[in-house]
Design a protein around this ligand. Structure first.
Ligand code: C2O
Ligand code: CU
Length: 626
């Protein structure tokens, strides 16, 4: 159950392959460009230049097989990975081989013999154009088979043009370079203007979630009204350069009991862009979800907003602002929420929120009597995974993402990986010697009273894989269950205009937020989503308002105790299938919880048919959830 990193080593190797491929393209381009320039020298006075050009072209040719091999490797992950890499990438790489035609002429010139280098120079030029097109393919990958055909046709036309263009002489080279500079400037200026025009306008739900006649306004999908059993107030305020709830990072730990009616008042004292409270992992009614521009307006300085819900999920959750969340969560607007069972909790129950800017430093030491039941709630509020390693005791993973695991197994000496936004609950009985938790920003040390023994060493090896952890049984669905809807989300990266500017951004199904795809469901639907990560980074995907069952990864079915998640790590090269029941109507965010990734593209909406929103996202609206 813990054989190396979940997803297998292939997933870790994938980005290396990708970057190596890009590196090879760069080298080949450099070599061919150098050769083209050197080969352009007049014959007779250029033996050294011809020799150098010969070496460069030969070197570039040797790299072509490497590029083809890497493309095959990237394509071998499956059809989604092969899409443009095999039919377009490999022919383009092979076009580079025409540069071989330059070798005989260059060899003769290097020996000082007269040589006609016209054909050779043309061949190098064509190879160079093919390399530039390879670059285009990396930066703007086509996202469908139709787009692959279109792109292929365009590439063929460009290559044909490159073969018939006359051979550039020296003067012409200067002119061509001059024209190139003008073209780059022109494209840059146009891109800049388009970029400014493209910054989120104030009505970006238009066409997908905008409220239409006859639809339910999601602002009406509120929690229960009436007198609350628990009332809490959280005040957002600045403390130096940190932004806090009630002055601390993390904010106060909230503990509610299942079934009680909770009313939390959020007051914004002085956080300039406004704040919200999102209940990460709690499947609250849509209007209580706390997403600026989707379920409410950001709460400006001096304003307040009340959230009401009746939690029925017992487990570990967290709250954070969902206005400019990439900045606000990083600055400290985050805290833990625990929903306790009605019967209360026995033993030591500790929630640890890992955040780069939390208060306190050095190890966290506690005295615990041997025999005490211990539960550690690990919450990751950072943008990257955290690998925790309990030492000195066997333990069980009793819950993931606020959902109890039905039949967990006892393990020892393994690490658990908590993805950005995710939670793991670990349980064990306190032994008569110290226990330590390694891996987080603060080490946790538990000791029997008066004990002075040395700490157990970090024995964490491998990573526990929830896909095969514990005893199977009790899952309501598997990957073969008939569903009402199928969705596919292909995660990729490309040059694009997004809500926050132009750049190499994260794209879902080829689109960058706010143009992201919309996933539509009808209330009651059973939905299967296949997530394919073609990009070079890990993406912790978080769907609001629902919990999903992981049914397969990399084509392998889940074989452990049922694994329900709200924030699921998808590694480069991985294909993961999840299923959920659409049982919580509204307009929901679905995004990468590496919040920097969300800001540069990785956001979409899950919209229920018949529901719309009148909230607005964009510069003029003052709402920017990501
Ligand atoms: Cu933890 Cu969309 O959020
Ligand atoms: Cu991401």
């Amino acid at each position: 159950m813990c054989r190396g990193p979940p997803g297998g080593e292939a997933a870790d190797v994938y980005p290396a392959w990708f970057f190596l491929h890009v590196f090879v393209i760069l080298l080949v381009a450099g070599a061919l460009l150098g050769a083209a320039i050197l080969a352009g020298r007049p014959a007779g006075r250029s033996r050294g230049a011809a020799a150098a050009a010969l070496a460069l072209v030969a070197g570039a040719l040797l790299l072509v097989p490497a590029q083809v091999g890497l493309l095959f490797a990237l394509g071998s992950y499956g059809p989604d990975f092969a899409l443009e890499r095999l039919p377009l990438g490999i022919p383009l790489a092979l076009v580079g081989l025409v540069a071989a035609a330059a070798l005989p002429g260059l060899a003769r010139a290097a020996r000082g013999e007269p040589a006609d280098r016209t054909a050779g120079a043309a061949a190098v030029r064509v190879a160079l154009v093919a390399v530039l097109l390879s670059w285009h393919l990396v930066l703007v990958p086509p996202t469908s088979s139709a787009a692959v055909l279109g792109t292929g046709a365009a590439y063929a036309a460009v290559l044909l043009l490159a073969t018939v263009l006359p051979r550039p002489g020296r003067r012409r080279l200067v002119r061509v370079l001059g024209a190139g500079v003008v073209a780059v400037l022109g494209v840059g200026l146009t891109a800049g203007a388009a970029d400014r025009a493209n910054r989120l306008p104030a009505s970006t739900h238009a066409g997908h979630a905008e409220l239409r006649a006859g639809q339910v306004d999601n602002a009406t999908l509120r929690g229960p009204q009436g007198p609350a059993d628990r009332e809490v107030t959280l005040t957002a305020r600045r403390v130096g350069d940190r932004w806090t709830y009630d002055g601390t990072v993390p904010g106060p730990e909230l503990r509610f009991t299942e079934g009680e009616l909770v009313a939390v008042t959020l007051v914004n004292s002085d956080v300039p862009a406004g704040v919200t409270l999102h209940w990460h992992g709690l499947d609250v009614p849509n209007a209580e979800d706390g997403v600026a521009g989707v379920t409410q307006d950001a709460v400006r300085p001096g304003e307040r907003h009340v959230y009401r819900f009746r939690p029925d999920q017992v487990g570990t959750f967290w709250y954070h602002s969902h206005q400019v969340s990439s900045e606000q969560v990083a600055r400290g607007l985050a805290g833990v929420v625990v929903i306790e069972p009605r019967g209360g909790i026995r033993g030591l129950d500790l929630a640890l929120l890992d955040h780069p800017r939390s208060d306190g430093s050095g190890p966290d030491r506690r005295e615990v009597a041997p025999g005490t039941p211990v539960r550690l709630r690990l919450v990751n509020a950072d943008d990257d995974e955290v690998r925790f390693a309990p030492a000195g005791t066997p333990f069980r993973v009793v819950a993931i993402d606020g959902t109890a695991l039905a039949r967990p197994a006892e393990v020892r000496g393994t690490r658990v990986e908590v993805t950005a936004g995710g939670r793991y609950d670990l349980a064990f009985t306190m032994p008569d010697h110290p226990v330590a938790l390694y891996g987080g920003r603060r080490r946790l040390e538990l000791r029997p009273p008066g004990d002075t023994a040395g700490l157990p060493r970090d024995e964490g090896r491998g990573i526990l894989d929830p896909l095969s952890y514990g005893t199977p049984g009790g899952a309501p669905w598997d990957r073969d269950t008939l569903v009402d809807r199928e969705h596919r989300l292909v995660l990729d990266q490309r040059m694009a205009f997004g809500g926050h500017g132009f750049g190499y951004q994260w794209a879902m199904n080829g689109q960058v937020w706010p143009a992201g795809p919309v996933v539509t469901v009808a209330a009651g639907d059973l939905v299967r989503t296949t997530i394919v990560n073609r990009s070079t980074a890990n993406h912790p995907m978080h769907l609001h308002g629902h919990h999903s069952l992981v049914v397969s990864r990399g084509g392998e079915p889940a074989t452990g105790t049922p694994w329900w998640t709200d924030t699921l790590l998808v590694r480069p090269g991985e294909t993961v299938q999840v299923m959920f029941r659409a049982d919580n109507p509204g307009i929901w965010m679905d995004h990468c919880h590496n919040l920097a990734h969300a800001r540069s593209g990785f956001v979409l909406h899950l919209a229920y048919e018949g529901v719309g929103t009148s909230f607005r996202i964009g510069t003029d609206s003052g709402n920017a959830p990501e």
